[in-house]
Design a protein around this ligand. Structure first.
Ligand SMILES: [Zn+2]
Ligand SMILES: [Zn+2]
Length: 156
C-alpha cells in the first residue's frame, strides 16, 4: 500500500523510534521468511523480508550494519529495529530485502515463502504443533493496559 500524498507512489517506512526513515518506490509483495541458523537468531526467532531494488531505496537516519562474508544486516542504532538483509558479494550481490514490519500493513505484502523450513523450531514453525491463539490487538491491550505507552500504532 503506497503512502498517499507523495505523488510518486513511494512506500514510506521506518523504525519504531522514528529516527530511520525509508522511502521505496517499488516494494515487492511477496514476503519470505528464513529459519537459517543466522536469520533465526539475528531475527529474534525468524527473519522476514520484502524485496526491493536496492538502487531505488532512500534511507535516512542512524543505521548500523553487521557484515558477514557475503551479506550485511542492518538496524537502527537507537532503537535496534532490524531494517534489512542485503547480499554484498557473490551471485546475488546487491539483492535487498527490507523487513516487512517497517511498513504499514507490511507494505501490502503476504507471506509467500519459508526458507530453511526444515530448520524451523518445532515450537514455532508458523503452523504450530497445537492450537495457536490469535489474539487481536484490542483484546490484548484490554488485558494488558500497561502496554499503552509501549505499543506503536501505524498511521496514528
Ligand atoms: Zn529507531
Ligand atoms: Zn537466513
Amino acid at each position: 500500500m503506497a503512502a498517499e500524498g507523495t505523488g510518486t507512489g513511494e512506500t514510506v517506512g521506518g523504525c519504531v523510534c522514528g529516527a530511520v526513515e525509508i522511502l521505496v518506490p517499488r516494494l515487492g509483495h511477496e514476503i519470505s521468511a528464513c529459519f537459517c541458523d543466522v536469520c533465526r537468531v539475528w531475527g529474534g526467532g525468524v527473519q522476514m523480508g520484502l524485496d526491493a531494488p536496492a538502487e531505488t531505496v532512500e534511507v535516512t537516519g542512524p543505521v548500523k550494519t553487521w557484515p558477514t562474508a557475503i551479506a550485511e544486516r542492518a538496524w537502527c542504532d537507537i532503537c535496534g529495529t532490524h531494517l534489512w538483509f542485503r547480499y554484498t558479494a557473490g551471485r546475488d550481490a546487491g539483492y535487498l530485502e527490507l523487513t516487512p514490519g517497517l511498513f504499514p500493513d507490511a507494505g501490502g505484502g503476504h507471506l509467500a515463502r519459508v526458507n530453511y523450513a526444515d530448520r524451523a523450531p518445532e515450537g514455532y514453525d508458523m503452523t504450530g504443533p497445537g492450537e495457536i491463539a490469535r489474539v487481536p490487538a484490542a483484546q490484548y491491550e484490554a488485558e494488558n493496559p500497561h502496554l499503552q505507552s509501549e505499543v506503536r500504532h501505524d498511521g496514528t
